[in-house]
Ligand binder design. Structure first.
Ligand SMILES: [Zn+2]
Length: 360
């Protein structure tokens, strides 16, 4: 018995109720799936390779900035056209390539703050067009992040977007409370510590509003998380708060399900294995992974360049002779591949840390 057994589509991009079934399976078996931020076909295949080798499901996500990068930095983005086009291109690429890796993949988009909503609107247009042709949305899920805004507006606007996603059985992740740090231009570094922790009443308000529209949603709640890497000890994580959220909602709706809420862990860079385990046992099904992977990707390329410096300064000529060609050293398939290998290794570590390895 593994996660594949609960899915109607076992390889490639999964959508609709398969996403819910996969996340429920995560909660039952107490593991979470890393959501890898991808910026290129190279980072996509690095993550896919890690998940395939580890026999794990995978979430691939693209941020607004990452999507624009996918389109190319030379493309203008004043109306989010690069972010929309890049995300759509990434989605088609992943839909084409993922089945070759024989694992289920959730295709997701990352933080979308208020000022970026035209990006989400554009992707939903693409989802609806794809739905007309294929009976399913292009993306498995999206994230809307109005946690910077006033709470009522956050919840009511999130509800509107869920209404648009619901006919396609598309998942929506939302955020409440404040995750510290800086990501895609949103800077919360000097926020007062108390607002870093979401209250159970807020979780219930979100749950009761959204569950009337669709069962396909998850909540990124603040429990002291910080985006990016900071010196340890500055922020205290309280993953035990997440069990209070589950219990509060469970009692309010009188369910026998001990984990009625699908939770998401943002800002996990630098967290301990124990902190991840506690969050996961309290119903976290997705952990965002970005900062550590950026560094991992660099290390392979960095070490390759430093080690082979004398073979990279000219196209011809190296320590073995002035006429020796260096083509096999500067071919991008050689040095970019070194970054892919170190990124794959780091994704595999995360799959182990979140107990996702071997779950298929
Ligand atoms: Zn967040």
């Amino acid at each position: 018995m593994g996660a594949s057994d609960v899915l109607s589509r076992k390889t490639g991009v999964i959508v609709g109720d398969d996403v819910r079934k996969l996340f429920k399976y995560c909660q039952e078996k107490k593991f979470a799936i890393p959501a890898v931020n991808m910026t290129s076909s190279s980072t996509v295949v690095s993550a896919l390779e890690a998940a395939r080798d580890s026999k794990s499901p995978l979430i691939l996500q693209v941020s607004q900035g990452g999507a624009a990068y996918f389109a190319g930095k030379g493309v203008g983005n004043s109306k989010q056209e690069a972010s929309i086009g890049g995300a759509v291109a990434a989605a088609h690429y992943i839909r084409s390539i993922a089945p070759y890796y024989n694992i289920p993949v959730v295709l997701h988009t990352d933080h979308c703050a208020k000022k970026l909503l035209p990006w989400l609107d554009g992707m939903l247009d693409a989802d609806e067009a794809y739905f007309k042709l294929h009976g399913e949305p292009l993306f498995s899920s999206h994230m809307i992040d109005l946690s910077e805004e006033e709470k009522d507006w956050n919840i009511s606007t999130t509800a509107k977007y869920l209404q648009r996603a619901a006919p396609m059985s598309q998942w929506l992740e939302m955020e409440i409370g404040i995750t510290g740090g800086e990501e895609d231009g949103v800077n919360n570094e000097d926020v007062d510590n108390n607002s870093l922790y979401t209250q159970p009443e807020d979780i219930y308000e979100i749950y009761s509003t959204l569950s009337k529209i669709s069962p396909y949603f998850s909540i990124a709640a603040g429990f002291g998380n910080v985006h990016g890497v900071y010196s340890p000890g500055n922020v205290k994580l309280h993953p035990e708060l997440l069990s209070k959220h589950q219990n509060y909602v469970k009692e309010k709706i009188e369910t026998s399900d001990p984990k009625p809420v699908f939770l998401v862990f943002h800002g996990g860079s630098g967290s301990s294995k124990q902190e991840f385990s506690e969050a996961i046992s309290n119903g976290v099904v997705k952990v965002n992974l970005d900062t550590d992977l950026q560094y991992a990707y660099l290390t392979g390329i960095r070490d390759y360049i430093l080690k082979n410096k004398d073979y990279l300064m000219t196209q011809v000529g190296n320590p073995e002779g002035p006429g020796k060609p260096n083509k096999k050293f500067y071919d991008p398939r050689v040095w970019v591949r070194e970054g892919e290998k170190t990124m794959t290794t780091r994704v595999k570590e995360a799959l182990q840390d979140f107990d996702a390895a071997g779950q298929l």
